[in-house]
Design a protein around this ligand. Structure first.
Ligand SMILES: O=C(O)CCC(=O)C(=O)O
Ligand SMILES: [Fe+2]
Length: 316
């Protein structure tokens, strides 16, 4: 992967003090979501986010800076470890998530937690999962294989690592660089996507139904792509995927997230990944909190318990 020359240009900045403090006794549950939804964001942030949601900028992402995260304890050793910390970062993150849509969890991902701790683990260090570290996390649409994939992906940085750059590639930047004919092939249902290993829990992987990589308006399409899990169904489709991967490698942007940075990715416009970094496993490692947002809850009603989407994948 080439190192990116640019970072996403859309940023929204509000002073720390303009953000609401977490209310006493607040917790991450349905009442907490309601409370976060009813809490106004700083005016400037709300205006930028509204503009972002109405007309996604070419970057396919926006970064909010100086978001309050509260006092931080040591980075936990695993995503599900109990942590004694204030809920300030969770409250800030859910306030933004609720502004953009409906926050949801996915049952196989960290038990369906609405907010997931993304920290490096020893077991996953070389795998293609969010808790990896020593390998590049390849470009992907979040849950490309999933019928109820998130509309937005939110990553709030609690503790950064200067070597770990979150990488981004937006279809709006890529499209002009795709060779003639490639976009036509990508717009046809000639691709299949395997399931992310974090969703399988021992079940056998299977390829999903044929799908297109590019959908919607041909001049300003949406993109669903996974450099690791997606295959073409014929040689021409495979070549088109290779051409898209080459364009992604050439034209992506990247950002080394630092404490208080909240990256919002439009999951229909941009794919994302991460550069490798060296974990220490000593409580000082990189720590993100992640939230998934869908546009509405109705679409997943048959496959959802509360805010947890329960669709099962793979074969036993
Ligand atoms: O660690 C990152 O910057 C991105 C990880 C990722 O792809 C995710 O959490 O969905
Ligand atoms: Fe991801």
């Amino acid at each position: 992967m080439r190192s990116a020359s640019r970072t996403p240009s859309h940023t929204a900045l509000a002073h720390h003090s303009e953000w609401a403090s977490v209310p006493d006794g607040w917790t991450v549950d349905e009442a907490g979501v309601g409370r976060a939804a009813a809490t106004p964001l700083p005016c400037g942030v709300a205006a930028e986010l509204s503009a972002f949601a109405t007309a996604c900028p070419d970057d396919g992402a926006i970064i909010l800076r100086d978001v309050p995260v509260g006092e931080l304890p040591a980075t936990p050793a695993s995503p599900t470890e109990t942590i004694g910390k204030s809920y300030q970062s969770e409250f800030s993150l859910l306030s933004v998530a609720c502004f953009l849509g409906e926050p949801v969890g996915y049952a196989p991902e960290h038990g369906g937690d609405l907010i997931q701790n993304i920290v490096p683990t020893r077991q996953a260090s070389a795998r293609q999962v969010s808790t990896s570290s020593k390998v590049a996390l390849m470009f992907h649409t979040e849950a490309a294989f999933h019928p109820h994939r998130p509309r937005y992906l939110l990553l709030l940085c609690l503790r950064g690592d200067t070597a770990a750059h979150t990488t981004l590639a937006s279809i709006h930047h890529l499209l002009p660089h795709l060779p003639a004919g490639v976009a036509d092939v990508l717009a046809q249902p000639r691709f299949r996507t395997a399931v992310d290993e974090s969703y399988l829990h021992g079940r056998r992987n299977v390829l999903g139904e044929p799908m297109a990589v590019l959908t919607g308006d041909r001049a300003r399409p949406e993109m669903c792509f996974d450099a690791d899990l997606m295959v073409g169904m014929d040689p021409e489709a495979d070549e088109a995927l290779l051409a898209l991967s080459a364009a992604v490698d050439e034209h992506h942007t990247s950002v080394p997230l630092a404490t208080g940075d909240l990256l919002v990715v439009d999951n229909r416009a941009a794919v994302h990944g991460r550069t490798p970094y060296e974990p220490r496993f000593d409580g000082t490692d990189r720590w993100l909190q992640r939230s998934f947002v869908v546009a509405d809850l109705a679409a997943s009603a048959g496959d959802r318990t509360g805010r947890v989407i329960t669709t099962q994948f793979g074969q036993t």
